[in-house]
Each structure stands twice: as structure tokens, then as C-alpha cells.
Design a protein around this ligand. Structure first.
Ligand code: PEP
Length: 246
């Protein structure tokens, strides 16, 4: 059966001391029914890895080439050397601010899977797409263009995070009905492309202003298998209480 997952995206926040302290606190969360993964700023990954905590961690970004003249970039093999086992791909901030498109994200997916790094693949629509009533088609095209070239075995190394852009960092959360409807649609789309059994194994996380007061009702939805958390992942008390919402 698929796993409950709680992932914390720390984005470009915290000092090194704060990051180490937060990682220690997060590692004390009771993880009996949830897998917890943190995504710290890349520069703090070696210090966190050295702590040897009982905690999974990943990278927020990488460049999908092995090596070469890509000034300022970091490769997935360099990150793997630093101990990561997860990576975020397709976060809306990278799609919109850094202009990463579906084709480039497909290259990133391939590069990560080649090195056995588990991918949390983010998808989700802007408000104007939802207002036009075409959010399902929009999300489907994100999946088709970046993931649907994968074999079923490869897809098992993907977790999907549905993150409506209008809910990220805005304080607006999708209602449990909106979240469940999209998660169900994503699972049905996976079932059509692959098989029903495989679709049932893939964890689909919700992201977008998830916090201690709305996590329980979101995680109670049958097709919501956890959360990708931004702001509320920066305080261990909030993150801990979200982890206890399953
Ligand atoms: C995110 O950045 O993935 C996210 C969900 O952020 P927030 O929880 O702050 O909306």
C-alpha cells in the first residue's frame, strides 16, 4: 500500500545554525505512520548529513547534466555524494521564476531516476486556469509532458505533489473537496496511462498553505497521502503537529 509522506520545503530560508537545530527537532517527530523528508537549502545539506539523524533529506534543485561548463549549477551525482535520496522537481517557484518548462523538467526527472534518486514531482494550476475550469486538463498536460514517457517501474520512484499555485504561500488553501477531486483525477489519469494497481501505489501529496489547523481534514481525504509543506515546515512545533494529523 502507498505511504503517507510529509515533506518540508525550507526554500531559501534559515541560517546554518537554525537549519541544524530544525533538522534535529524534526528528527524527533514520531514517524511510525508517516515518512518525513526535509528539503533544506543545498549549502546546509553536508552539515545536516554529518549529524547522522534518523531523517530523510533531499535537494530542492539540481541541473540535469553530469558535469561540465554550467557555472553555478550542481549535478545530481554531486548531491548524491552529499547523501541526498530525494529531489523536488517542478515546484511552481522554479516553473514561474526560473522558467523551467515541462520539457526541461522531463530531463531532470530522467537524470534523477538514472541515479536512483526518488522524485517528488510538483504540478498545479494558476488561479486563472482554475477560473476557466480547465485545471484537470492543465495538470494532465504537466504529467504527460514530464512523466508519461516513464515505464511503470520507473514511475514507482515518483511521488506527486499537487500544489495549486494560488494556494502556495498565500494563506489560501484548497478545500478538502477541491484537493480530493484533483487527487482522484490524478490517480485516475495514472491508472489510464499505466494500471489501476500501479496508480494505487503512488503517493499524491497536497501542498499550498497546509498548516496545523487544516492538515487533518486534508489528510483524511482518501486520495491525499500527505503534504508538501512550505511556511509551516520552518517551525518544528507546526511541522510536528502536521505530522500528527494523519
Ligand atoms: C511549497 O512551497 O511547496 C508550499 C506548499 O508552500 P506553503 O506551504 O508555504 O504554501
Amino acid at each position: 500500500m502507498r505511504k503517507n509522506i510529509l515533506a518540508g520545503n525550507w526554500k531559501m530560508n534559515l541560517s546554518e545554525n537554525e537549519a541544524i537545530q530544525l533538522a534535529k527537532e524534526v528528527s524527533e517527530i514520531n514517524m511510525s505512520n508517516v515518512e518525513v523528508i526535509i528539503f533544506p537549502p543545498v549549502i546546509y545539506i553536508p552539515s545536516i548529513a554529518k549529524l547522522g539523524l534518523n531523517l530523510k533529506f533531499g535537494a530542492q534543485n539540481f541541473y540535469p547534466k553530469d558535469k561540465g561548463a554550467f557555472t553555478g549549477e550542481i549535478s545530481i551525482n554531486q548531491l548524491k555524494d552529499a547523501g541526498i535520496s530525494y529531489v523536488l522537481i517542478g515546484h511552481s517557484e522554479r516553473r514561474t521564476i526560473l522558467k523551467e518548462d515541462n520539457e526541461f523538467l522531463k530531463e531532470k526527472v530522467n537524470a534523477a531516476l538514472e541515479l536512483d534518486i526518488h522524485v517528488i514531482f510538483c504540478c498545479g494550476e494558476e488561479l486563472k486556469i482554475r477560473e476557466q475550469g480547465v485545471e484537470n486538463e492543465f495538470v494532465k498536460s504537466q504529467l504527460e509532458e514530464s512523466l508519461f514517457h516513464l515505464t511503470g517501474d520507473q514511475l514507482k520512484n515518483i511521488t506527486i505533489a499537487y500544489e495549486p499555485i494560488w494556494a502556495i504561500g498565500t494563506g489560501l488553501t484548497a478545500s478538502k473537496e477541491q484537493a480530493e477531486a484533483m487527487h482522484l483525477y490524478i490517480r485516475e489519469t495514472l491508472a489510464q496511462k499505466y494500471t489501476k494497481d500501479l496508480a494505487a501505489e503512488i503517493s499524491i501529496l497536497y501542498g499550498g498553505s497546509c498548516n496545523p489547523s487544516n492538515a487533518s481534514e486534508l489528510f483524511a481525504c482518501p486520495n491525499v497521502d500527505g503534504g508538501l509543506i512550505g511556511g509551516a515546515a520552518l517551525k518544528s512545533t507546526d511541522f510536528n503537529s502536521i505530522a500528527n494529523s494523519f
